[in-house]
Design a protein around this ligand. Structure first.
Ligand SMILES: [Zn+2]
Length: 140
């Protein structure tokens, strides 16, 4: 079946992030000057303004804990109507706790989501050469 949702576009700033996702890995941008992670990626460091940025692989075993979340009952993008409600959360990465990452939490009922809940990254293959990072509760 054809993928109906908008496919995230790669640009100069974020293409390493999406290329890693296509390989089912997470990569994060890090500033070479102040060593802060920058997520979402951008053209310069949000902390010190440096444009010396590198990409650091976090690998394919990515866990996090829910830091905050909202449950959305309205589609904000076309193609999501059939998946409501959506759980949109911010999660703190286990390997890089200073980074909070936006996530769609799948395979979870809205009444089951809670702050502090462990989640893990999964990748949804949406096209031959594209995959989207998603999240689900960590298996017990
Ligand atoms: Zn910096």
């Amino acid at each position: 079946m054809e993928y109906q949702k908008p496919i995230p576009l790669k640009n100069q700033d974020n293409s390493p992030y999406w290329d890693a996702a296509d390989r089912h890995e997470l990569t994060l941008q890090r500033c070479d000057s102040c060593h802060e992670y920058a997520h979402p990626p951008g053209p310069s460091c949000a902390k010190c303004g440096s444009t010396d940025l590198s990409w650091v692989s976090i690998g394919d075993d990515v866990k996090a804990t829910i830091y905050s979340y909202v449950v959305s009952y309205r589609p904000f993008l076309p193609g999501f109507q059939d998946e409501l409600p959506l759980i949109i959360a911010q999660a703190e990465l286990e390997k890089v706790p200073e980074v909070k990452i936006m996530c769609n939490v799948l395979e979870c009922k809205p009444e089951d989501i809670q702050i502090g809940m462990p989640v893990q990254m999964i990748w949804q293959d949406i096209a031959e050469d594209r995959a989207l990072p998603q999240w689900k509760p960590v298996d017990e």
